[in-house]
Design a binder for this molecule. Structure first.
Ligand code: ATP
Length: 291
């Protein structure tokens, strides 16, 4: 169990990226959903011991993460949002080097770990190719392979599916599912479907704060009977935004479909079986209104 208590972070330029974040994250897949700038990467980097918070505590089992970062690192697998430079070395040799860094010094053990992972992430056929030439999806699969070396008990993946095509995204999410329920996996993303598809528990982070927390099912149930939809002409959008609480707009076959929140059925609207998108967008819409 990962316990985050009263965690705050203010950057030297005064930006408050995290504001009193408290979360209990159990074993299994946990979704951290939030828009750009919400503070997700700051939170992930802080848990991964890459930066220290201004205030607050993090514990993972018996480990005090801020006081004993090296202990956490031994049991951490981290897939950052951006690796930056991709080296001109083969996938095999790079994984082999990471395995050495993670303390797997025995040659035959390392061979078995590296080969198993390359097969698991479906990169065996390209093991001798340079990572620099990999597609986005291949890089992310390589990234999860390096994160899994050494059997970590805490795995953090930061926006892993951004920019992947649907087939690669599916492949990647299936890999995450296969990691199993015995470890804590935190999936940080702004893509609602990633969380809806994978995570039994989740939180929405926005403006550096936890806005809502729970199981997707519970959160969706809380919007039941409150979400309504209507097909409108695009030109009418502004007036609907003034008269209703519009939480999302989308185009479908050239038409604009709006979803609104209301305790009673607005005239001309149809009920919608709310989904996680409605939960997420209504949370963001409430924040915008309060601003
Ligand atoms: N090194 C930094 N110095 C100053 N401000 C920063 C720094 N890093 C991030 N921020 C700011 O802190 C806030 C939170 O950023 P963070 O990267 O944690 O959000 P995020 O949810 O991961 O968003 P994104 O998906 O865009 O990465 C933003 O306003 C961002 O501009």
């Amino acid at each position: 169990m990962l316990e985050i208590a009263n965690l705050s972070h203010t950057y030297p330029n005064g930006t408050v990226a995290l504001d009193d974040v408290t979360l209990s994250i159990p074993r299994g897949m946990y979704g951290l959903l939030g828009p750009n700038g919400a503070g997700k990467s700051t939170l992930m980097r802080t848990i991964a011991t890459l930066q220290e918070p201004t205030a607050g505590t993090i514990t993972f089992g018996a480990i005090d993460v801020i006081a004993e970062p090296e202990k956490l690192r031994r049991t951490l697998g981290y897939l950052p949002q951006d690796f930056g430079v991709y080296p001109r070395v083969s996938a095999y040799s790079m994984l082999d080097q990471v395995a050495v860094l993670k303390g797997i010094t025995g040659k035959s053990e390392r061979k078995s770990v590296v080969e198993t992972l390359l097969n698991q992430v479906n990169l065996w056929a390209v093991r001798d190719k340079n990572i620099a030439g990999f597609s986005g999806g291949m890089r992310q699969r390589f990234g999860i392979a390096q994160a899994l070396i050494g059997n970590p008990e805490l795995i953090i993946v930061d926006e892993p599916t951004a920019g992947l095509d649907p087939e690669e995204r599916n492949r990647f999410l299936n890999l995450l599912v296969a990691i199993g329920d015995n470890v804590v996996v935190i999936l940080s993303t702004h893509i609602v479907d990633d969380v809806a598809d994978l995570c039994p528990r989740m939180a929405v982070l926005a403006n550096g704060r936890v806005q809502i927390e729970g199981s997707p099912g519970e959160l969706i149930a809380s919007t039941r009977g409150k979400v309504w939809k209507k097909v409108i002409d695009h030109g009418e959008l502004e007036s609907f935004q003034q008269s209703h609480e519009v939480i999302s707009t989308r185009l479908f076959a050239g038409n604009t479909i709006i979803h609104v929140m209301s305790d009673t059925q607005p005239a001309g609207f149809e009920p919608v079986e709310g989904g996680l998108e409605d939960v997420y967008f209504s949370t963001l819409s409430t924040l915008r209104r309060a601003a």
